[in-house]
Design a protein around this ligand. Sequence first.
Ligand SMILES: Cc1cc2nc3c(=O)[nH]c(=O)nc-3n(C[C@H](O)[C@H](O)[C@H](O)COP(=O)(O)O)c2cc1C
Length: 356
Amino acid sequence: MKEDEKEVIAKRKLDGLKIPLERNVQARTTSTLLECVHLIHNALPELDFNSIDTSTTFLNHRFGAPLLIDAMTGGTPEATKINANLAAAAEKLNLGMVLGSQRAALLGEDLAETYRVARKEGPNIFLAANIGGAQLARGLSVENVKKLIDIVKADALVVHLNPLQELIQPEGEPTYKGVLERIRELTKQLNIPIIVKEVGCGISREVALKLQLAGVAAINVAGAGGTSWAGIESQRAQDANVTQKAELGEVFWDWGVPTAAALIEVVKAVKVPVIASGGIRTGLEAAKCIALGAALSGMAYPLLKAAVVSKEEVEATLNKIILHFKATMFLVGAQKVSELRNARKVITQPLKDWLG
Ligand SMILES: Cc1cc2nc3c(=O)[nH]c(=O)nc-3n(C[C@H](O)[C@H](O)[C@H](O)COP(=O)(O)O)c2cc1C
């Protein structure tokens, strides 16, 4: 039974890597709306580019730049190299990383190793464990959550909310009743912070307020405009001839709150740090998110493409993003990240409509 379950999970995890790498499952008709955020150019920055400090602090950890490698993988042999490459680059650049959904690690030492490798390659990084909200609702025990945290010596636990994905996934279980209560319970029983994220449909102000009240330490809005999990699951359903689910995924491909809209409304609504992710592809976009009040900007897909190549490729990709981030800081006259947060910006339509 366990062996069967292991095989099914490992195959699903492999699909979750291969489909985004080999087919276009990015947003089609929606965007992050970050193109509607304009930072005001400062022709008199009064600082030297080389004196710019991109470092920041997040949940008591020092980061070399406010960038996070967002949750991706684990649970299939192919994930070992990817997690190793991501973590090694994070270690070199002093950035944070979130592991992919980790329940598979409970199914055997071989699968646990596909996650543990991240801590081996990134002994000093801010590393977050990851479980699904639906798994909590279905009864994943606190004891097992603690095991998952322990496997990677995690600094935080990420709980991902993915109701749309569960709905479209051929073997998905859209069971969300009681999730918030389980999150509340975990915040009391774990001695590390809990971060709640979406997977590309965004978090609204109403949901953010509930999460804050439940005791979460940070929220990652993971909005629409980047990788579409409705798209990935729709493709999987099509491959498995599950037509109804494939169609559902097509219809809801671009569902969700665009990243910029989710970020602005959640930052306004809560006091806990907010992470921006979902469709962030450049250092300029990452900087716009910080200027909108994000504590960190997260990226998944662009780093996956690099991680299948080598740790040097991940490092080069991140260095390019940091360079463009730093260029933005220079051009708005911000020497420190805290000054970037105060940069003046103009917000145009259609993002303005979202802000009502
Ligand atoms: C290959 C891949 C696997 C992912 N797996 C997970 C996961 O296991 N858990 C999770 O919370 N999010 C997962 N995500 C979602 C990302 O963390 C992120 O929220 C989303 O992809 C949007 O970011 P992006 O547009 O930069 O890819 C995954 C994304 C990708 C591309």
